[in-house]
Design a binder for this molecule. Structure first.
Ligand code: HEC
Length: 114
């Protein structure tokens, strides 16, 4: 007696859905990207300067960050720096959000989100 298996077409559809999700993992959607861009200019800019060229916090320009490993930037954004004014953002930002922000900073600083 042969058991009815899962029709191959369903397996294929599931595989495609999974693959496209995996490809998108790590990339906040367009709405979230706009929110993050605003956050970067207004909240981060309050300390790092409206152009992110430095203020109370150091410059977050591509030149200033080019030698810093992205994991360290992401860790600083999520956990803050103890003993400094840099606050932790993990209550507001997911790891994907922080990675996107760090990548944008390295890519083009505040111009990358405008
Ligand atoms: C209340 C002020 C303040 C706010 C708001 C703030 N920062 Fe900072 N940030 C600092 C300070 C001060 C430092 C330097 C810490 C140190 O001396 O190590 C810093 C350091 C950093 C660094 C490490 C830079 C380096 O050269 O290693 C990154 C990345 C960073 N901030 C990103 C952000 C982002 C992204 C935001 C917004 C989500 C943000 N900061 C908001 C004060 C702030």
């Amino acid at each position: 007696m042969s058991r009815p298996g899962i029709p191959p077409v369903i397996i294929a559809a599931a595989a495609i859905a999974f693959a496209s999700q995996a490809a998108m993992a790590g990339e906040p959607n367009a709405t979230r990207q706009r929110e993050l861009s605003r956050l970067l200019v207004h909240e981060c800019g309050a300390c790092h300067g409206m152009q992110l060229r430095g203020g109370l916090g150091p410059a977050l320009t591509p030149g200033a960050l080019k030698d810093k490993p992205s994991e360290s930037l992401v860790a600083t954004i999520l956990s803050g720096r103890a003993g400094t004014a840099m606050p932790p953002w993990q209550r507001f930002l997911s790891e994907d959000d922080a990675q996107w922000l760090a990548a944008k900073l390295v890519e083009g600083g505040v111009d990358a989100v405008r």
